[in-house]
Design a protein around this ligand. Structure first.
Ligand code: KG4
Ligand code: ZN
Length: 339
């Protein structure tokens, strides 16, 4: 086994075209992210067809930049890793086909990576001593999963959302109170000036012994509050609505995460996915972990939202297990973590 394994990784599952070069899974030599947020903003959300076209336009430059920034040539690479699901099928196909082309042309092994596994693996990058087992709360625009990471590549899903993902709820409420897209960071920001106790929104705890989530009831409660206030001509303080909504989401995420740690008797907690960059969630989970004397690690915000470094990290552990894909690798929009 070589001392240094260099993986070029590619991510294009949603609205970020990203490429990175990662050494030995945890040392990020470059991490290029070309975001399409400015383009999708005008539509209030990601338009799949537009996303695919933009990935096609950007991917060559993004991959070249990743190699240049890392000062690594294609000959030096050991493998090419790529997200093959879950995500938008047209968007995924751009990355998958590009990676397949590179793997064939450069004669390097190809590795297919699950996007959620990538998000979880982002925790290894800055926390060099982190090793499984641990609990990971994965909350993004499309997914909310409470995962027990038993070993590298071995996962048990303890709970997931039965309706909206946490990030989706942030985005929908942001739109309802007139903020732009993506809503999560904007709600996070204005909540700092709001009163989290101003409005008592429901904390939906599903009452049947599961660690599943549900955010659609909370979303409806916030929308009803806004409509009722408008009908009564009452002024809505959007900072208070944002802070009270955010607190309701965070309360549930924190409660279920701690419950999962207790059930599994596993006292290391991590966060992943775009919502993991939420400042209130990070603060609250950290406070709980200090109180309970649990270990807590989280990726920097830039490694919580979509990026390719996390795919290179997950890809490294597949490389070690020789889990290579062949040219039949296809985009799988509904790929499950435990498939
Ligand atoms: O992981 P990600 O970049 O893409 C998906 O895989 O979905 O997550 C994007 C989601 C969006 O819904 C966005 O609003 C949310 O993460 N998000 C946040 C924050 N930053 C991003 N939600 C709450 N607070 C934030 N600071
Ligand atoms: Zn993601």
């Amino acid at each position: 086994m070589k001392d240094s394994v260099l993986i070029l990784s590619i991510e294009s599952s949603c609205d970020e075209t990203a490429a990175a070069v990662v050494e030995n899974g945890r040392n990020v030599l470059s991490n290029v992210i070309s975001s399409q947020i400015e383009i999708h903003k005008q539509f209030g959300g990601v338009v799949p067809e537009v996303a695919s076209r933009k990935h096609i336009e950007n991917i060559n430059d993004v991959v070249s930049e990743a190699l240049i920034n890392a000062n690594v040539s294609c000959e030096q690479l050991d493998a090419v890793a790529v997200t093959y699901g879950p995500g938008l099928v047209g968007a995924l196909l751009v990355g998958v086909n590009f990676a397949k082309g590179l793997s064939y042309a450069w004669n390097k092994p190809l590795i297919g990576v699950n996007h959620i596994e990538g998000h979880i693996s982002a925790n290894y990058i800055e926390n060099k001593n982190l090793e499984p087992p641990f609990i990971c709360m994965v909350a993004s625009g499309g997914h909310t999963h409470l995962v027990y990471v038993k070993n590298y590549g071995e996962y048990e899903i303890l709970g997931k959302t039965r309706d909206d993902a946490a990030g989706e709820a942030f985005d929908k409420i942001a739109r309802a109170i007139g903020l732009g897209y993506p809503g999560g960071p904007l709600i996070d920001e204005i909540s700092k000036r709001g009163n989290k106790d101003a409005i008592k929104f429901p904390r939906v705890i599903i009452d049947d012994d599961t660690l599943d989530f549900s955010f659609s009831g909370l979303k409806s409660a916030v929308l009803n509050y806004i409509h009722n206030s408008e009908q009564k001509n009452e002024k809505i303080v959007i900072e208070d609505v944002a802070a009270s909504f955010q607190e309701a989401v965070v309360d549930v995420l924190v409660l279920k995460t701690i419950e999962a740690a207790q059930i599994k008797n596993c006292h290391t907690i991590t966060l992943a996915g775009g919502v993991a960059s939420n400042s209130r969630l990070r603060e609250r989970i950290m406070d709980e972990c200090i109180r309970l004397n649990y270990k807590f690690t989280k990726p920097s915000p830039i490694l919580c939202t979509d990026n390719a470094a996390m795919i290179g990290c997950a890809g490294y552990y597949k490389y070690l297990n020789k889990q290579f894909a062949d040219s039949s690798l296809n985009a799988m929009p509904n790929l499950e973590l435990t498939e």
